[in-house]
Design a protein around this ligand. Structure first.
Ligand SMILES: C[S@@+](CC[C@H](N)C(=O)[O-])C[C@H]1O[C@@H](n2cnc3c(N)ncnc32)[C@H](O)[C@@H]1O
Length: 408
């Protein structure tokens, strides 16, 4: 039975939620959407008893599990393709699966709102069902599931490593669980399915969070300063995967002057399928050098969070020595963890970084220290609308500014 205090708390949270939803409906602002979701989550916490909240938390992996199995059973695809109810028997027949097993999966999927229950043993597609037929959504479920053995091994791994904050790409939970001694980027080429899950996940991992191209002043901070006399490359997307981000840049600014270049490991560059021919492709190992010198902008998204500070320094030293002082910019698109009231999404992402790369997300102070240590300085931290990645705008320090931590 809820106490008077609980009632007061619930009433206050309902009021907050109402205000946020009204504001979202009026202004369609991402920050209001994120705040409304947080208010709704706080309300759920207040409504649940602690005992029930804990049961739901520890059983939550079954949600991701049933979504993962539903992909293999083509449940989302079958429901989305049929414009109306589908029986349990019809759904099971697609992969000749046992209807009892499929019914067990569907009970969880209807419970979490990924499928609509039309009637007893009959189901219909909804917004989430349709979303789960997209290749990015499928790869997200597959790739994150590929990390589950590593995630499950983390408590044992931390115990063995005496609860030190782990770092080092070749000796983390992923290596511990998979019994390997190489970084994930050296492991994936020998596991083509997982490599495909990974690369497709990367293409879609921005989700619906607004792209930097929508809220960062790209024209003023990047394009306007381009000067062909200084260098003819406008933007290099370092370790840009299949080139989705630089492709989006070209689409948003088709008339921007200068060359556009995407760089990545040879097997990733060879796997690029849909990229505007205006974007040049260069095969690199970013630990060995930066072949494009004096570009106006070096851009990196979701790269440095894959690596420890010392590994990041090796990468950054090559970028810094390719940059032209007073002209080149370094644009990092990554989470900037808040020192207080950190949003849950980047906090969870931080743990997934430990799962796959034995690395971490960083606060503004950690970003500044890392960049300072290689002779760069932060010009400005740009915070995103909502809970997505920010932009860390950096450049080389002036000649007479001291370099910290022994950078080359
Ligand atoms: C987390 S993904 C990010 C890809 C892309 N920037 C994005 O945000 O979608 C990391 C990328 O780093 C690339 N990578 C890993 N090691 C590399 C290396 N030594 N040299 C160049 N690229 C590397 C991977 O192939 C992968 O495309």
């Amino acid at each position: 039975m809820a106490s008077l205090r609980d009632h007061q708390e619930i009433a206050s949270l309902l009021k907050q939620l109402n205000e946020r939803v009204n504001s979202l409906q009026d202004q369609h602002v991402e920050a209001d959407r994120v705040a409304a979701v947080k208010a709704a989550r706080d309300l759920m916490v207040a409504l649940d008893t602690p005992q029930e909240a804990l049961m739901k938390l520890v059983y939550a992996p079954t949600h991701a599990l049933c979504v993962r199995i539903a992909i293999d059973l083509d449940l989302f695809k079958t429901l989305a393709e049929k414009d109306g109810p589908v029986t349990l028997e019809e759904l099971a027949a697609v992969k000749n699966a046992d209807p009892v097993l499929v019914g067990r999966v569907l009970r969880v999927l209807t419970g979490i709102g990924y499928v609509t229950e039309h009637d007893e043993r009959a189901f219909k597609a909804n917004k989430m069902t349709k979303h789960m037929t997209g290749r990015f959504a499928i790869a997200t479920s597959q790739f994150i599931w590929d990390g589950m053995p590593a995630l499950a091994s983390i408590p044992e791994f931390l115990e063995k490593t005496k609860f030190k904050n782990p770092s080092g790409a070749a000796n983390g939970p992923f290596q511990y669980a998979e019994k390997i001694d190489v970084a994930i980027w050296d492991y994936l080429p020998n596991h083509p399915d997982k490599l495909d899950h990974c690369s497709t996940f990367m293409e879609g991992d921005r989700g619906s969070r607004p792209s930097w191209l929508e809220w960062f002043p790209v024209k003023e901070q990047v394009i306007d300063g381009f000067n062909k006399e200084e260098g003819d490359v406008l933007l290099v997307d370092v370790a840009g995967g299949r080139g989705h981000d630089i492709g989006a840049f070209h689409k948003a600014f088709p008339d921007a002057p200068g060359r556009l270049v995407v760089e990545d490991l040879p097997h990733v560059v060879d796997d690029i399928q849909n990229l505007d021919p205006a974007v040049e492709r260069v095969k690199i190992n970013m630990f060995e050098g930066q072949p494009i010198k004096g570009a106006r902008t070096y851009y990196m998204k979701f790269i440095l969070h894959d690596w420890s500070d010392s590994e990041s320094r090796s990468i950054l030293t090559h970028i810094a020595s390719a940059m032209k002082r007073g002209y080149s910019k370094f644009i990092i698109e990554e989470f900037i963890l808040a020192d207080k009231d950190c949003a849950l999404l980047p906090a969870m992402w931080d743990w997934e970084m430990m799962v796959f790369c034995n690395s971490m997300e960083r606060t503004a102070k950690q970003w500044s220290e890392l960049l300072e240590s290689v002779g760069m300085k932060v010009v400005k931290f740009w915070y995103p609308p909502g809970d997505g990645q920010g932009i860390i705008e950096a450049e080389l320090k002036d000649d007479d500014e001291p370099v910290q931590n022994g950078a080359t």
